[in-house]
Each structure stands twice: as C-alpha cells, then as structure tokens.
Design a protein around this ligand. Structure first.
Ligand SMILES: CC(C)(COP(=O)(O)OP(=O)(O)OC[C@H]1O[C@@H](n2cnc3c(N)ncnc32)[C@H](O)[C@@H]1OP(=O)(O)O)[C@@H](O)C(=O)NCCC(=O)NCCS
Length: 175
C-alpha cells in the first residue's frame, strides 16, 4: 500500500456557535465541540484509509479556552500516524476574530480511529510520511500515546509499553 502524507487527509470544518449549543455561561458546550472534533477526525481517517472507520478512543482533549456564543469555530483534523489498522488523528480548534480575522487556537484533541471492513473487522491502512516539523513531532510521539491508550484500556500490559516507559525512565534505565 502506498504511503500518504498527513495533508492528504486534511479536513477543515467551519461553523458558528449558536445559542442552543452553549452552556450556562453562554460558551460552547464541551460535548458539542467533541462531536465536531469527532466528525472532522472521522472524515480525515476516511480520507486516509478510504475505508469504513470507527472511533476506537479519544486519547486527549484540552479545553484550554472558552468559546463564546456567536464565535466562528474552525476544526482542523489530520492523520498524524498510521499503524496497522489504527490511525492517530490530531485535531486543532481555532476561533477567528470577527473584525480582524485573526485566528486563535483554543483547543486540541487526539483521537484514534480504526479502519474496518463491512463486518467491523480491522483492516490494514497505508502508512504516513510526515512532512513539516510539527507533523514529524506528532508522528514521533504517536507510538507512546498509542501505548498509553492501550494500557488505560486494559489492552496492553504496562511492562510491554516500551516507548512509554522510556518517557518516564529514560532510555538507559529501560534496558
Ligand atoms: C475499535 C475496534 C474496531 C477495535 O477492535 P479490536 O477487537 O480491539 O481489534 P484489535 O485488538 O485488532 O485492534 C485494532 C486496532 O485498534 C487499536 N486499538 C484498539 N483499542 C484501542 C484503544 N483503546 N486505543 C488505541 N488503539 C486501540 C489496536 O491497537 C489495533 O491497532 P493496530 O491494528 O494499528 O495495531 C472495536 O473495539 C470496535 O468496533 N469498537 C466500537 C467502535 C465504535 O462503535 N465507535 C463509536 C463509538 S460510539
């Protein structure tokens, strides 16, 4: 299978924050943002794999800044690394100032999607070749994030999580 670059899966969703999508403080409701992120990641995973894809896990979400009602929100998702059947998708969330048009990053998230066949069985996907510095950084960290997600899900023995152990113990102690 021919490898692909992250830009080939780039998915950009832009939409308003309407009053029915907010919390008591008139800021975007967290669950609504998660749904927008999940949708963008799902399309990115589909563009990369050209298969049916399902969300396997939400590895990380940081709600760093509140997003007020009336904001224009842009969600940008790209596959950062592919393994066998699973793909890590990084999603960045931006708002845009009404007058200046200046974009501010407000949130980010990391999702794992799995490509499956019509019966829901995992199938292989193309590998990723990162191009930019940021894509390379995200690619390099993806294996330890996969290990962490699997350990938390009870699907990997922490002793087997070699990349993850190296983060805490350093390469030397790990040996
Ligand atoms: C995701 C799913 C297909 C994985 O099936 P599975 O039986 O665990 O299959 P496997 O163990 O072969 O795992 C398949 C891949 O998913 C990865 N994976 C599974 N659970 C994971 C998790 N919690 N975090 C990260 N990766 C995970 C595995 O590491 C493997 O990756 P690889 O093939 O790239 O090495 C299956 O659990 C499923 O269908 N879940 C429901 C999905 C869904 O409905 N999502 C919408 C939520 S409402």
């Amino acid at each position: 299978m021919t490898a692909k670059t992250p830009i080939e899966s780039l998915t950009v969703l832009t939409d308003l924050v309407l009053p029915g999508e907010t919390n008591y403080l008139d800021n975007l409701f967290g669950g609504e943002l998660l749904a927008r992120m999940d949708r963008a990641c799902s399309i990115a995973a589909r563009r990369h794999s050209r298969r049916i894809v399902v969300t396997a896990s939400v590895n990380h979400v940081a709600f760093s800044k509140a997003v007020p009602v009336g904001s224009v929100v842009t969600v940008e998702a790209k596959v950062s690394r592919a393994f066998n059947s699973s793909m890590e998708i990084y999603v960045d969330v931006w708002t845009e100032d009404r007058q200046s048009g200046v974009k501010t990053k407000v949130n980010e998230g990391i999702y794992t999607f799995v490509a499956v066949d019509e019966t829901g069985r995992p199938v292989p996907v193309a590998q990723i070749v990162p191009e930019t510095e940021l894509e390379k950084k995200r690619y390099d960290g993806a294996l330890r994030r996969k290990e962490l997600s699997l350990v938390l899900a009870g699907k990997l023995d922490p002793k087997e999580a070699t990349e993850l152990k190296a983060v805490f113990l350093g390469k030397e102690e790990e040996k």
